[in-house]
Ligand binder design. Sequence first.
Ligand code: ACM
Length: 548
Amino acid sequence: MSVMTSCTAAAFAGALLAGVCMAQTTPVDAGYSIIPRPSSLTAQAGEFTLTANTAIHAAPAFRAVAHRFARDIADPLGADLAVTTSSSTGTATQRGIHLRQRASLPAEGYQLDVTPARIVIHASTPAGAFYALETVKQLLPPAIYRKAPLPGTRWTVPTVTIEDTPRFGWRGAHLDVARHFMPKEFVRKYIDLLARHKFNRFHWHLTDDQGWRIAIQKYPLLTEVASCRDGTLVGPYVTDPARQVFDGKRHCGFYTQDDVREIVAYARERMITVVPEIEMPGHVQAAITAYPYLAARTDTMPGVLKLWGVSPFILTPSDSAVQFMQDVLREVLTLFPSPWIHVGGDEAPKDQWKASPAIQARIRSVGVKDEHEMQSWFIRQMDTFLTAQGRRLIGWDEILEGGLAENATVMSWRGTTGGIAAARSGHDVVMAPNSHTYFDYYQSRDRANEPLAIGGFLPIDTVYAFEPVPAELTSDQAKHILGAQAQLWTEYIPTPRHAEYMAYPRLTALSEVLWTSKQRRDFADFSRRLPAHLLRLDALDVNYRPPR
Ligand code: ACM
């Protein structure tokens, strides 16, 4: 905070001249407050000034990115910047912003040179150019994130040279819209904020015991029946039914297929792949309420779950259940171009399979040893199906139990053990350990002053300290660690504002874990940059938890 007192707020927020605040900040990056921290940053004296007359000269491959940037800043600037197509050869001599293609740069990486006359960006891919322009926004005053011009704002960018490239290819965040439905405006905002932090995966948890949230044309009851529950548990989770209190309010919501197409396109414009999750064979109580023939146990019909926790009601591993889920995935594939399709696989208790003579006969007839192998068999049916369609199955680490499907990627949530085992056996891994990435956990030990949460404790410095590549792995095995992601389970997160409170600023810390090289990660330096970044989140109307 000493930095804040020695610089004016506007200067501190990014429009400063190099040197003005530098004396108080070591190392030098803190004055620029770019999050996630770039690979290298060389400060220079001087500034570039953006005006309504600044033109963007974009290589043909970067025209769409240039237009997106111009649209994004048109409201605060009060002007639509002109975009022209330029060849990428020769030296940039015109004033303005130049987006040039250079094939030798790493995918998603960029080089940014700001001089008083021009901003020159080099990148090999549109993603790299996009991230360079996100960095440019962070170099501008935070008013660049507002929706209308503020009088008297000077749109200056400090002169600087930045070279930047991400550490990991999977920089993700998940959002559970099953426990509490989140309106699509919020889903867009969530994606937008991810892009501003250079994340590139949005894991959309669309189905669970408490609600099915995606329209599937072949099975209309999934939305007519399974998208609503009759009430929601009030207060902390208690197992004793006599002590459970429900609010008695119906909780409903789903996305039409056009809503999904819109979200996917919105994310794609921001370089984010949307990875859908359709849970199986557990966490399906909503689906089996709509289609009881899918249930392992049919003599009781509990309904769409109003409670949290792990439900004993799971799918039957029948051919018709396989068919049903493949039908669902067939429609999912038409909506989501993602190479990865998530099939859940977590927390599927096998008691109902053990107790059912018909399912025991099924286990024998498909020739597997036990219930765990039966689940593996089921997941393999999805793996074969997805692989034949040119996609890749991803699932929670329980898919290791009973044998991992041939082409599966593992999402390691029960710590990193599952991820280590998967990487050792040559499978790709996304790290999502509850110890460091469950953002539904409390942010403070002082629970009385926090909103009710599911439990746990995950402060921002623990997030920042997360190392996605376990030391146990050899360098060849470590190549299977694609990256990591945050989880935002919404049992105790009923509204978008609350979701923002849990997500930020922890996602800000995770962005640096995933983007910045290990050597350049420094919590003290991050903490010096964070106050300036929070001014950006203020302008974006993000209800982050204020650091205290
Ligand atoms: C999980 O938290 N059940 C993946």
